[in-house]
Design a protein around this ligand. Structure first.
Ligand SMILES: [Zn+2]
Length: 388
């Protein structure tokens, strides 16, 4: 009986206390929600009043109350970044990254945004360290190493770019093409420093990554020539002609000069053939200059006049006018025509990126516009039109 009495009293008390506690919890949540709503309205009002820094202070206060508002902060941070207000974007994303209670997934997302803020703001050292931290988060390795590779390429830190690319390769990305070019950049720097042995090592590494890289083959031919090994140079040039014939205009003159050491006629025949194949003005210029030196200026002028008939362009006219002026040094009109056509052809002759359409005066292995490799054909726009 005593037990039943206790039971009859205790159960209603437990229900009542549960109801009361639930009431407290609901009232507390209602108060918090009210606080968040107040912050939202205050923040929005400050944003609309064009006081973004004060608005950020208010929104940062909101995060302390409700983690669900992180999305709002990302949206706001990204908006500031798109508007070029990087300091504000960085402030918001840094705040999120430094919140101790943030779950790992959210922290990685905030770190990714913060790294992008630094990158877009051109603060490469900070972006680098943010991406290095991001690379430690599972699922963000590829994004981080891709960004690091981009930073190192922009800063021309080729060894670090190779490391980042190799890490990406281990994660399944195929980057032999890019790595081969990074080694070519190192080889070019070594050549500038007059360190032929090291340039040779880097060229070999470039060819190991991409045995058909015309740039690495061309550098390897140049190094062989400098070392006095003409056969090795010819071998590398022949390989370019067989596997990457598009790049013939870049090597034709050098190869002709080596051929000319034993047979000038064969060298001229080679240049004429190379011009017929490519329509390259550089090859035409090389053929005309060497014909003038090895045969006579009149034959050279005749060859240039034939070329102009077949491929009429301002660049071809400039080559013909130049050799005619040299063949007739007393002819003032010929000299004037040579000067004008040379100047005009320089203005219109451009290499164009196949990927983004960027126009450049000089041939580039990497497009300055889209940063892609091997997207410039070794022919200028007017030469390509003539070839069609
Ligand atoms: Zn481009």
């Amino acid at each position: 009986m005593e037990f039943e009495l206790w039971y009859l009293i205790a159960v209603p008390i437990l229900f009542a206390s549960g109801w009361w506690l639930r009431g407290i919890d609901a009232r507390q949540r209602k108060n918090e929600r009210q606080g968040i709503d107040d912050h939202y309205f205050k923040g929005l009002s400050l944003l609309l009043s064009d006081e973004p820094d004060k608005a950020i202070d208010v929104f940062i206060e909101v995060v302390r109350l409700d983690e669900e508002t992180i999305e709002l902060h990302h949206a706001l941070g990204n908006l500031f970044r798109r508007r070029g207000q990087f300091d504000r974007a960085i402030r918001i994303h840094s705040f999120l990254v430094n919140r101790a209670e943030l779950p790992e997934k959210e922290r990685a997302a905030a770190l990714s945004e913060l790294a992008l803020d630094y990158l877009k703001a051109g603060m490469y050292d900070r972006a680098e360290s943010a991406y290095e931290s991001l690379a430690l988060f599972k699922g963000h390795e590829i994004e981080a190493h891709e960004a690091l590779m981009h930073i190192y390429v922009t800063e021309r830190e080729w060894k670090k770019a190779i490391d980042a690319a190799q890490k990406l390769s281990s994660l399944g990305r195929k980057l032999n093409h890019e790595i081969s070019h990074y080694y070519c950049e190192l080889a070019a720097l070594s050549r500038l420093a007059k360190d032929a042995a090291r340039a040779q090592q880097y060229t070999a590494a470039a060819l190991e990554q991409n045995p058909e890289n015309p740039r690495a083959l061309s550098v390897s031919a140049d190094l062989a020539l400098e070392a006095g090994d003409k056969n090795e140079a010819l071998e590398a040039w022949n390989k370019i002609e067989s596997v990457q014939s598009e790049y013939l205009p870049l090597i034709a003159a050098k190869k002709a000069d080596v051929l000319a050491e034993t047979d000038q006629q064969a060298a001229l025949a080679y240049l004429h053939e190379a011009f017929a194949k490519t329509g390259s003005v550089d090859v035409l210029k090389a053929a005309v200059q060497r014909t003038a030196a090895w045969v006579d200026p009149q034959s050279a002028a005749g060859f240039a006049a034939e070329a102009l008939k077949k491929s009429p362009s301002l660049s071809t006219l400039a080559v013909m006018s130049s050799i005619k002026a040299k063949a007739n040094p007393r002819d003032e009109q010929a000299k004037l025509l040579a000067d004008i056509s040379a100047r005009q052809s320089k203005l219109v002759s451009r290499y164009q990126c196949r990927h983004c359409g960027f126009l450049a005066h000089t041939f580039c292995w990497q497009c300055p516009g889209c940063e892609q490799w091997d997207t410039f054909p070794p022919l200028r726009v007017d030469e390509v039109k003539n070839k069609r």
